[in-house]
Structure formats: C-alpha cells, structure tokens
Design a protein around this ligand. Structure first.
Ligand code: ADP
Ligand code: GLC
Length: 478
C-alpha cells in the first residue's frame, strides 16, 4: 500500500476559493483503494463551517519552534466520503473570515503551515511515502525535506511532488523576508534555488526541490516553458522539463451531476436535456428577475473576476454582446473594476443582464444548468473546471484556446459535424465576439446542430478516473 499525503491551503467541502479546492477535495477519492491510501492535510481555518468542525476529532497538540518562538500546533481529523482529512490548528495564523488575507501575512502563515505539516508527521498514525504539495503555499515543503528535516531518518525516504495549479501566484517577497519566514540559510538564496529576480520565491523552492513537478493540463505544461506564460520561471520549467508532467484535472461526477443535482430546478441527463434543461433557464430567469422566455439564448459566467479570466475582452465589447436576443448571467467576485462593470451593465440592460456579485455554490449549479452557453475567454488557464462542469451540464463552452481550455473543448466544425464548443485563438475582443455570434447563430438557426454539440459534450468523460491513473503512474516512478 502506497501512502500519499496531499498538502494544500484549500479543499472542498471545508474551504474553497477556486478550482484548487475542487481538485484537492475530489481527486483523493478516485485512487485505487487497494493500492493507494491518499489522505489530505489542510489548515484548520476559523472560517471552516461549524457543521464540519462538529465532526472533527481532536488528535493531539505540540509546540514547534518557529521564528524564535514556541508555537502551538493542534491536530484534528475528519473522515469525509471515505477520505481522511487532517487539519493543522493555530489560532493566530488561521483566524479570520477568509483563508487568504494580507499578502505578507499569508507568506508567514503558509511558511509556518509547511513546517508544521512536516513536524506533525511523526505524531500521526500515517507516514506518507509521498507528500504531494499543491501551489505556492506548500512550496517550502520539498525544500525542508531536503534541508532541516533530512537529519532525522524518519524523513529521509519521503518523496515529494509539486503540483502547479497557477504559476501566477508564487509567494514572493524580498530575500530577507522569505529567508526569515522559511528559516533557510543563505545557501538557498541564489538564482538556481529560491532567489528569483533578487527576491525570495517559495513556489520556486518547491519546483527546484520536488522529485517531480506537475501541472494541470498538457497544454499548460508546454505553455509554462515559454516567456508569455512562464511568469518569469519559464527557464526553470524548461530546466525541469524531464520531470514535468501535465495531468488534466477532472471533476467530481457525483457532485456535478445534472441528473441528481439537488440545487437545480429540474434534473435532466443526456437523453432528456432537449425537453427538461429549459426549465432551469426559466426558473433562473424568474429568480433573477429577468425576462422569462425559454427560447432566449442565455450565456453564463461563473468565475473569479480577475484579469486571468479574460474579462477585459468582455468589457471591450459588452455593448455588442448585449443585444435583444441574448441574456447574460454573471456569478462572481474579484477585482472591483469587473464587479462594477457587470453591475453597470445589469443596470443598463436590466431584463437581459444579471450581475450576481457574490459567491454561492448553489447559485453556481443553477447557472451551469440554466445557460445555453458558458463564456470563458481566459488570458491563461492552467486547466479550468468551469468549462468541464459546463460540458457535463449540456452547456456549450465558448473559450479561448489556451491551457486546459484547449485540451477539453473541441471546436465545433459545421462541415463534418464535430466538436463540443466554440473557440478562438487570439486574445482579441472581436475574435471572441465572433465566436459568441457564431454560437448564437447556431443556437437560433441550426437548433438540431446545436443539440448535437450538446450530445457530444455530454458524452465526454472528464471524471477523475483516467487522470487519477496518471497520478498513480507518477507515484510509481518516484
Ligand atoms: P480558478 O480555480 O482559476 O478560479 P476553475 O475553473 O478551475 O478556476 O475553478 C473555479 C471553481 O470555482 C469552479 O468550481 C467554479 O464553479 C467555482 N466558482 C468561481 N466563482 C464562484 C462563485 N462566485 N460562486 C460559486 N462558485 C464559484
Ligand atoms: C487554478 C487555475 C485553474 C485550475 C485550478 C485547479 O486555480 O486557475 O485553471 O483549474 O487551479 O487546478
């Protein structure tokens, strides 16, 4: 039995701000249980809902020396859907109503967390063969494993994997600060290790020191070796390319299942969507106070509202998108400029635009089920789960051909009747608008063709099964 410990800063159902949480919370369920015991470690944030905390079993606590002080480390455990989640508790670092707060404090928080995770292993009933680290918050773990923890034989044979969900976020501050919070010696702060453009960089540490590095789609694994997508680390990604795997994300087919989803107005599946899916549209139109019309072409966005998601393209042609024959539903939070932009258009085109500037799991399911098309014109997209969820809900994705969007959405070809969505190549608002118009035209004038696009999309399998096997293969070559 191979033992794997996922370490991350978020995971469903306990705490989520984006796709990272979906991956960390669902992937562990899909490994071969005969051969792999996969568990997860998360921070015990104060903002984890009470209904979960009530289930938590207190394990133990100890004091850890960190930045010249004795710091409390509590350990909890929750078994959820057959997976064991461990939690690291510390009130000072993990309080507040959000997992991420001030940028500087986050760096120290996750530097503390990374050391605490490793320090906790000997007192757990679980010694991992592999520590699988996710994103910059856990970047120091592979470094510590080769440094201060190496002297202890307990840690010597533990391997590490670093998965990059988003290269944009690296955990960067001045060398002084990163050195202080990581408690690493000068030796580590050179450009071939944790130093990056004269700063200290926590994710870089993980990429340099992990035994294997992965990212969440094949195309993104290629893209990050190029300056445009490499976020300053393209040289390092090229240097590590022999150990770099692109493994496509999946989604939890039980959680995202239009046939059994308790949050939507009307359940449906690949056989019944022609008749039933529309009831989700009218239900949502009614709930959001839009014009109730089952025939109207409805586009949705469910997203963090940031530059990554290509929203400046949307902003540039918003007046052209908002025509008489189209409705647009937005669910998201993020940069104020985009929140206000969508609020403005909601005011301007009240019947046809609905801006919902908040976070809601329930509402997200309703939007995925109700819309005819889902817009995701990202500037870059390591994988993207929203377009995969859309395919599962028979909602046709309109995407830019980058990262995981390229690997999951096959462009519609009207001549040989293939494809599962609409896509465009260049980061250009009019190209995007062209794809939206093409989709709208197909919806109104070639309904049979449109429904066949949905047939093909719903027939695709983006469950975790095949990707979990790739991770198993990766663990087996360590
Ligand atoms: P990213 O991780 O870059 O934000 P992904 O497409 O991988 O993008 O994952 C986003 C996840 O977060 C999806 O599950 C999506 O439904 C969810 N999500 C984003 N914004 C909201 C919101 N405002 N309310 C509910 N769910 C949201
Ligand atoms: C990141 C990426 C997104 C990816 C998610 C899960 O948040 O932005 O593309 O799907 O991580 O891997």
């Amino acid at each position: 039995m191979k033992k794997i410990l996922f370490v991350a800063s978020e995971g469903v159902p306990f705490i989520k701000t984006g796709g990272l949480a979906d991956v960390v919370g669902s992937l562990p369920k899909y490994f071969d249980k005969e051969k792999y015991d996969v568990r997860v470690m998360l921070p015990y944030y104060q903002c984890i809902p009470a209904r979960y905390k009530e289930q938590a079993e207190y394990l133990t606590n100890f004091y850890m020396d960190y930045m010249w002080q004795d710091r409390y480390v509590g350990l909890f455990k929750i078994e959820h859907e057959g997976i064991i989640f461990y939690f690291v508790d510390n009130e000072w670092y993990f309080s507040g109503d959000k997992p991420y707060t001030d940028q500087y404090f986050d760096l120290e928080k996750f530097a503390f967390y990374s050391k605490a995770v490793l320090s906790a292993l000997p007192v757990l009933d679980f010694k991992p063969d592999v520590i699988h680290c996710h994103d910059w918050q856990t970047g120091l773990i592979p470094v510590h494993l080769k440094d201060k923890f190496r002297a202890n034989p307990f840690y010597r044979d533990i391997k590490s994997v670093m998965t990059i969900h988003n290269l944009k976020f690296q955990g960067v501050w001045s060398v002084d600060v990163i050195q202080r919070i990581s408690e690493l010696s000068d030796y580590y702060f050179t450009p071939d290790k944790l130093e990056s453009y004269s700063n200290g960089n926590m994710l870089k540490g993980g990429i340099v020191y992990a035994d294997k590095v992965t990212t969440v789609s094949n195309t993104y694994a290629q893209e990050v070796k190029m300056p445009f997508y490499g976020e300053g680390l393209d040289g390092l990604m090229r240097a590590r390319s022999h150990d770099l795997w692109g493994i496509l994300n999946g989604i939890d087919y039980d959680e995202y299942d239009p046939a059994a989803d308790p949050f939507i107005y009307q359940n449906y599946d690949a056989r019944t969507f022609r008749k039933e899916k529309g009831k989700n549209k009218t239900g949502l139109q009614r709930e959001l106070g839009m014009e109730v019309n089952p025939k109207k072409f409805m586009i949705g966005i469910v997203s963090r509202l940031t530059d990554q998601k290509g929203l400046d393209l949307v902003q540039a042609v918003m007046d052209q998108i908002c025509s008489e024959d189209l409705q647009f539903v937005i669910l998201g939070t993020g940069d104020e400029k985009y929140e206000n932009m969508f609020r403005h258009y909601d005011w301007k085109y009240h019947d046809s635009v609905s801006a919902n500037i908040y976070y809601s799991e329930t509402m997200s399911h309703k939007v995925y089920a109700a819309c005819d098309a889902f817009l995701m014109p990202s500037l870059f997209e390591p994988c993207g789960l929203s377009q995969i969820i859309s395919l599962r809900y028979g909602t046709v994705p309109i995407v830019r051909e980058t990262g995981g969007l390229k690997d999951t959405v096959e462009p519609y070809n009207e001549y040989d009747s293939t494809g599962t969505g609409f896509s465009f190549a260049n980061y250009n608002a009019h190209e995007m608008l062209g794809s939206i118009m093409y989709a709208k035209n197909t919806y109104y004038n070639k309904k049979r063709e449109w429904n066949k696009i949905i047939d093909r999309g719903m027939a695709k399998d983006f469950s975790w099964t095949s990707s979990a096997q790739k991770y198993e293969e990766l663990y087996s070559v360590l």
